[in-house]
Structure formats: structure tokens, C-alpha cells
Design a protein around this ligand. Structure first.
Ligand code: HEM
Length: 422
């Protein structure tokens, strides 16, 4: 099907982080691929070739076959420089293992360690805290002014919520924010770790995470509390043994980082979409009960986790393309979320969209563990915005993070007027 397809886009736009930093997500390219080459062997200047998977139905199918499409090589494509460094790396955290890099049955055993904490019922008890947190964020804006919405609101709110769940002190929040940005935006000149080459930077970054986690794990083993950091530090496997140190570090790493950068990018992109579609913002103001469906539409619209990679365990033929065992494919959730086979008017931002079968949180074996936290936290913020923002408009051009994995806005300058809390 795709053999005679000639793209009229630059394949680098699909994956090279700096291209995302300039132009954001390549929706026009994905639209072509969905139509003409849904399994497309992508050759770029920096990465081993991989298959771009762009249709909703194919991503559903692949995600439900973890025995064929494995996570063991990691969910992110590493560029050729990173691959060379990883192979030469001898740092102490090289063996760190996160659940997103595991396959069943092992994955299920480790996911169970924290899944009880993340059920809707368990997360529901955070309702009040999250609402207060959203109110405090909007209060900080004062009556009127100009600000970078990303810096003052969308980056702070999910971080505060996550810090509360984890039980980390406010003074550790800035450190966590900085390290997380350096991890997910290693190619962004404004956010990456400074003063070291890429290999040294990634090693020293892991050492800093390690120091933070060691301090917390030791503290929570000595003084367990009712928080997620304590649960993970003291976790036992089904056979009663203590979770291993590399798996404990891995759990800390994924929960401490995946939990707020993603939600920040959803909130920033969602705010931008509301500003671009003022009738939708008005609709939310008129009916705040739409906050729930607003969040689903925001996650569909922004797809902050742009893709997940899988590695083939056996040869597979899909839409006439023969993929070989050992090769990688990349499932573009952001593309699936604009697939007109599933969504009416996929390029329209509609906060009342129903049904909304987006894949922003993935699906199947590795479905986002923190989806309910993300939903709760974004819902509280958009409700507060609906109730309190009298007026908001762009006051400059937004910029994009130079990243193709966790993607979104770096800045969103706005001017605003806020109503006092009722
Ligand atoms: C809008 C915010 C978020 C988005 C868009 C998002 C998206 C995703 C996606 C696409 C996956 C992979 C799913 C798959 O492979 O099928 C994932 C996995 C994961 N997410 Fe999220 N996420 C968000 C927020 C969070 C939060 C708040 C937390 C924790 C507090 C979290 C923790 C995790 C974990 C632990 C995994 C790995 C699950 C596994 O491997 O079984 N995420 N997320």
C-alpha cells in the first residue's frame, strides 16, 4: 500500500525534536500517512529507520498484543548518538527499570504494586485538595495583568498536585521540576541541562534523580506516611519479597516525572485551544459541568505523549508492509486522535465531544496509570478558569518545546482579568 507513496513533507518533521520546537506536531504529514501509508518506513538523519503507525484502529490492535509488540527496548526512540552512549554507559542507574519498559507477565506484577493507589475511588479522596490547589493557582494571578500561562499556571498546578500525592515537600518541587524538564526536553536549548555534553548530562541527571530518590526512599522506610513515596519505598511483591532497588528507583522515576510534564502540556495546549476558540470557552463558562468532557477533548487535542515505541518480537505484515522481528514501530497517538474513521470533524475542538474515544492515555496493557489523577487535576483547573477568568487573550506568540516524545508549549503569553473566588 505504501510502496509507491511519495511524501510531500520532510520525514525529519515526524521525529526530530528541534523540528517540533519550530513547528509543533506534524498534523498535515500524519493526515497524508493515515490516508496513503498507514505503516510507513521512516528514514531520518538521526534515527534508525522505524515504522510510523498513524491510524487509530492499528494502534488499538498493536497495544493489545504486548507479546508481539514489546516494550522491553523502551518506549522512546533513541537517536543514534544516544544509542552509542547508552551502549558505552557504565553509570549506576543503567539498570534502572520502569514498568513502561516491562512486558507481561512481569509488567502485571509490578503494575499491581501501585495500581490500587490510582483507582478512581482512591483518587477521589483528593478532590478537595486538588480544587484548593487550582483556586490557589488562579488567585496568584491577582486581578489583572500579563503572564506566561505555562510558567505561572500549567506547570505549577500539576506539580503541586503530584507533590501532594507523593508527599514531597514544597522545597523539593523546584528541583523535581528542573530535573523533569531536563529529562523530557534534553534537546531544547532553553530547558536542557547546561554546561555538559549530552552523554555527561544524561549521566549526571540520573545521578541527581538518584540522590533525590535515595534520600526519599531512606526517609520513607524509616518514617512511613500515607503517601505514594512511602507506598513505593516499602512495596512488596506478590511473593512477599521487597521490590528490588532498581525497580523502586524506576517506579519513582516514572511516577515523579510522567505525572506532571504531561499534564502541564495538556493544560497549556488546552488553554491555547480555548483562546483560539472563544465560543468554546464561553460554552464552558455557561455550563461548568462540561469541565469533564473538556478535559477529554483537551487530551485528544494536545496528545502530550506524542508516541510510544514498540519493538517487534516476530515478523508481522500490516497493510501490505512486512515488518521484521527486532525492528521498531512508533504509534503516534496524536495522529490517531485526528483519525476521521473514529472522530467526526477531528480538526474541530469541541469541549462537548461525545463519544470521545481518544488514545491520549494509550490503551491496553500499559494504559496510563495516572489517567485519573491527570483528569482530576486538569478538571479542577479548567473549572476554576471557567468560574474565575473574566477575560483572557494571547499577548504574544506561543513557543513549542523541542521534544517529539512529551510534546507541548514552552510558553503561552496571555493578558487577563480574574474575578475573585465566590
Ligand atoms: C495528561 C496527562 C497524561 C498523559 C497524556 C499520559 C499519557 C500516558 C501514555 C500515552 C502512556 C502509555 C500508554 C500505553 O503505552 O498504552 C502512559 C503511561 C503511564 N503514565 Fe501517564 N499520562 C498522563 C499523566 C500521568 C500521571 C498524572 C501519572 C502519575 C501520577 C502518570 C503515570 C503513568 C505511568 C506510571 C505509566 C506507565 C504505565 C504502564 O507501563 O503500565 N501519567 N501515560
Amino acid at each position: 500500500m505504501s510502496s509507491d507513496f511519495t511524501p510531500d513533507f520532510d520525514p525529519n518533521d515526524l521525529i526530530i525534536p528541534k523540528n517540533y520546537g519550530v513547528a509543533g506536531q506534524p498534523h498535515a504529514a500524519w493526515t497524508q500517512l493515515r490516508k496513503h501509508a498507514p505503516v510507513w518506513k521512516t528514514e531520518t538523519e538521526l534515527y534508525h529507520p522505524f515504522y510510523a503507525i498513524t491510524r487509530h484502529a492499528d494502534i488499538m490492535d498493536i497495544s493489545n498484543k504486548p507479546d508481539v509488540f514489546s516494550n522491553a527496548e523502551g518506549p522512546m526512540l533513541l537517536d543514534n548518538n544516544m544509542l552509542a552512549r547508552r551502549d558505552a554507559s557504565a553509570d549506576g542507574f543503567g539498570n534502572m527499570r520502569t514498568i513502561i519498559e516491562m512486558d507481561p507477565p512481569e509488567h502485571r506484577d509490578f503494575r499491581k504494586v501501585a495500581s490500587g493507589f490510582f483507582t478512581p475511588r482512591s483518587i477521589h479522596r483528593l478532590d478537595e485538595i486538588v480544587t484548593e490547589c487550582a483556586r490557589a493557582q488562579i488567585d496568584k494571578l491577582g486581578d489583572e495583568g500579563e503572564t506566561d500561562f505555562v510558567e505561572s499556571i500549567s506547570q505549577r498546578h500539576p506539580l503541586r498536585v503530584l507533590a501532594t500525592i507523593l508527599g514531597i515537600e514544597p522545597e523539593d518541587e523546584d528541583l523535581l521540576l528542573e530535573l523533569t524538564q531536563q529529562l523530557f526536553a534534553a534537546d531544547d536549548p532553553d530547558l536542557q541541562r547546561k554546561g555538559e555534553d549530552r552523554g555527561a548530562a544524561s549521566m549526571s541527571l540520573m545521578a541527581d534523580f538518584g540522590a533525590l530518590f535515595t534520600r526519599l526512599i531512606e526517609d520513607r522506610r524509616a518514617n512511613p506516611r500515607d503517601d505514594l513515596a512511602s507506598l513505593l519505598a516499602n512495596a512488596k511483591m506478590a511473593d512477599g519479597s521487597q521490590m528490588g532497588p532498581m525497580e523502586t528507583f524506576g517506579y519513582y522515576l516514572i511516577v515523579f516525572t510522567a505525572g506532571h510534564d504531561t499534564t502541564r502540556n495538556a493544560i497549556s495546549g488546552g488553554m491555547q485551544a480555548l483562546l483560539d476558540n472563544p465560543e468554546q470557552l464561553q460554552k464552558l463558562r455557561d455550563d461548568p459541568s462540561l469541565a469533564k468532557s473538556t478535559v477529554e477533548e483537551v487530551v485528544r487535542w494536545t496528545s502530550p505523549v506524542n508516541y510510544m515505541r514498540r519493538t517487534l518480537q516476530e515478523d508481522v505484515e500490516l497493510h501490505g508492509v512486512n515488518m521484521r522481528a527486532g525492528e521498531s514501530l512508533v504509534m503516534y497517538y496524536a495522529s490517531a486522535n485526528r483519525d476521521d474513521a473514529v472522530f467526526d470533524n477531528p480538526f474541530g475542538f469541541d469541549i462537548a465531544r461525545h463519544p470521545n474515544r481518544h488514545l491520549g492515555f494509550g490503551t491496553g496493557e500499559h494504559f496510563c496509570l495516572g489517567a485519573h489523577v491527570a483528569r482530576l487535576s486538569a478538571r479542577a483547573l479548567f473549572s476554576e478558569i471557567a468560574n474565575r477568568v473574566e477575560f483572557m487573550e494571547p499577548s504574544g506568540d506561543p513557543t513549542h518545546i523541542a521534544s517529539s516524545f512529551v510534546v507541548g508549549l514552552k510558553t503561552l503569553p496571555v493578558r487577563y482579568k480574574i474575578r475573585p473566588a465566590a
